[in-house]
Structure formats: C-alpha cells, structure tokens
Design a protein around this ligand. Structure first.
Ligand SMILES: [Zn+2]
Length: 168
C-alpha cells in the first residue's frame, strides 16, 4: 500500500482508539509546527531529498513526514507525487510563501501563521493583506481531523471546541 494511504488510514480512522488518535495528532501538530518554524527561517532555500531523508533531517517518523507532505502539498511551487510516493521518492519542500501563509489562515491555524519567522518574510501590512485576501476568498481549507474534546493543537491547553475549533 502507498505510504500516503497508510498514514490516512491510521490518522483518520474513526474506529481507532480515540485516546491513541488524540495522542497521535497532538504529537504530530507539535512536530509540524517545529518543521514550519525551521523551514520559514530560510524560506528561499529549497529543501529536497527522499521522504526518508527528510524524515531523518527533521527527526520524525516516516509516517509523520508523509503527513507533513500531505499537508504542505497545496502550498508548494510544484506539488509532490504524494499519492504514489515511497520512502525513496525524491520530494521538494520549495513552497510558495504567499500560498503557504494563506493556506495556514484558511485552515484557521494561527499557531502556524503567527509563527515569529513570518515577520521576517512579510511586513505586518502584507500579512494583513494576505489574511484578508484569504478570508474574502471564502476558501476554507479543511482542517485536519481533530475531535471537539481534543486538546487544541495550538498548545493553549484548552479543548479544541473552546479554542480554535470554535470556527468550525
Ligand atoms: Zn487553540
């Protein structure tokens, strides 16, 4: 089975143990945020390698790397063949800065679009402009699977439904 399918079957499995899924997602979100923080430090440098190499580079499991590639794909300059990739498939993380920022806004992920590093990439005005453009477009980027009672991925310690999940 393709890696992406394996990840989706596991991470989006309604029949799985709920506690384990919660743990998986809150752990994943923390690592995801770390990777974005790292990537945004050098936004114009293309990070490229096999799926396995990138997982090693960021110190995460292969399945998290697949989840990350799934999440970032729409924000890339050139999408990766995520549906068919295997661990030795070469992928690129070269992202379109404006698209990535907007997709983070569209997903309601302020723990991502408010990452410090964005301030070195876009002025405050530009960030506002992109934010409004995204909101006006009405495009809702489907958030990842989080249950209402899960801890919010922003790390506030509140339940998702009382924090960022309010918008959904
Ligand atoms: Zn939150």
């Amino acid at each position: 089975m393709a890696l992406l399918q394996q990840w989706r079957d596991k991470a989006y499995n309604d029949k799985a143990n709920k506690q384990e899924l919660q743990k998986l997602w809150s752990d994943y979100f923390r690592k995801e945020r770390d990777i974005y923080a790292e990537l945004l430090k050098n936004p114009d440098e293309e990070v490229k390698g096999t799926v396995k190499e990138l997982a090693d580079k960021y110190g995460i499991s292969l399945e998290y790397m697949v989840g990350f590639l799934d999440g970032i794909n729409d924000s890339l300059k050139e999408p990766n063949p995520i549906e068919t990739m295997e661990e030795d498939t070469v992928v690129s993380l070269a992202f379109d800065k404006e698209k990535l920022y907007k997709n983070m806004v569209g997903a309601g992920a302020d723990w991502l679009y408010k990452l410090e590093a964005w301030n070195d990439i876009f002025s405050e005005e530009k960030q506002k402009e992109l934010y409004l453009e995204q909101k006006k477009s009405g495009t809702v980027v489907k958030p990842k699977k989080i249950y209402p009672n899960d801890p919010c991925p922003c790390g506030s310690g509140k339940k998702y439904k009382k924090c960022h999940g309010k918008n959904w």
